[in-house]
Write a protein that binds this ligand. Structure first.
Ligand code: NAP
Length: 287
């Protein structure tokens, strides 16, 4: 039986440590502030932002939501981002995805100033990650790396297979695992013989958004399984991309859904807001 990687407990510990950092900032008269932009009325987004607001509350970060209507224009969205870029009270800006289809999310991400890019989605953050510079690492990949560190899972020389190549999960994960000296393979919807890749993997990170896609026959004995997927069944129950019940019997470590990568994603967002605030203070004092 595999060791269950307890993302919920690790996230709780991370938030408690961040609260100490946040209290120090407050003692110096600075309250970190996160601005969250939501466009339209996506029900899943509402759940995600509610969880982010709760985490902010626990750590002591001020949280403010900016709601734009479903039919908002690109210019209205960019104007709001530019206003928040200039607002000295705001330390981090998060644009909740998905956006309504008529809006260009990449252009919106590009408009967020680097120093407030707590989601790590701007070209500057992504570029810095690629060349191994300190930067804002997007929250889900960062949370996965923190789980490896907490459980002493050494990626050095290991075969890591990532399923999914999205800009927010799969691609930054490639860089994060490379920095840990893993040999990285990325599979996507056009990959041939995907099972051949997963069967030889020491570590599988599944981020494709298909319930129970990774089955026991795709996994070698003793593999580490990280399940990023969040799929909501007809009964409203959340399932990951991994057939947990059967894969758990073969794996050495496995993350559950819920209670795995999800809570860590939010904890790393809190981490990035504190980091942004501290770096903005440093920048001001060196001017
Ligand atoms: P996405 O943008 O939809 O990307 C999905 C990726 O999976 C794409 O690269 C796609 O390939 C690939 N894919 C889809 N079907 C496949 C198949 N049958 N075989 C191989 N590859 C396949 O998704 P995302 O935003 O990265 O999210 C992935 C999952 O993680 C979702 O369930 C999402 O809800 C979840 N998620 C969880 C967290 C968290 O905090 N736990 C955070 C973010 C996302 P192509 O590129 O070829 O289309």
């Amino acid at each position: 039986m595999a060791t269950i990687i307890d993302g919920k407990a690790l996230a709780k510990k991370t938030r408690a440590n961040l609260k100490i950092e946040c209290d120090k900032l407050k003692a110096n008269g600075i309250t970190p502030k996160l601005a969250v932009i939501m466009v339209g009325d996506n029900p899943a987004s509402k759940v995600y932002v509610r969880n982010k607001s709760r985490a902010c509350n626990e750590v002591g970060i001020e949280y403010q939501e900016y709601l734009l209507g479903e039919d908002s224009t690109q210019e209205e969205l960019l104007e709001l981002i530019r206003k928040l870029n200039k607002d000295e009270q705001v330390n981090g800006i998060l644009l909740q995805s998905p956006l309504p289809v008529h809006l260009d999310i990449n252009e919106a991400f590009k408009t967020i100033t680097y120093s407030k890019d707590v989601d790590g989605f701007t070209p500057s953050s992504v570029g810095k990650l690629c060349i191994g510079e300190d930067t804002f690492i997007s929250c889900t990949p960062y949370g996965v790396i923190k789980m490896f560190e907490e459980y002493n899972i050494d990626l050095n020389g290991k075969d890591v297979v990532i399923l999914g190549r999205s800009n927010i999960v799969g691609k930054p994960l490639i860089q994060c695992c490379l920095q840990k000296n893993a040999t990285v393979t990325v599979c996507h919807s056009k990959t041939k013989n995907l099972k051949e890749h997963t069967k030889r993997a020491d570590v599988i990170i599944a981020a494709i958004g298909q319930a129970k896609f990774v089955t026991a026959d795709m996994v070698k004995d003793g593999a580490v399984i990280i399940d990023v997927g969040i799929n909501r069944g007809e009964n409203g129950k959340l399932t990951g991309d991994v057939d947990f019940e059967n894969v758990e019997k073969k794996a050495s470590y496995i993350t559950p859904v819920p209670g795995g990568v999800g809570p860590m994603t939010i904890a790393m967002l809190m981490n990035n807001v504190i980091k942004a605030t501290e770096e903005q203070i440093k920048e001001k004092t060196t001017l």
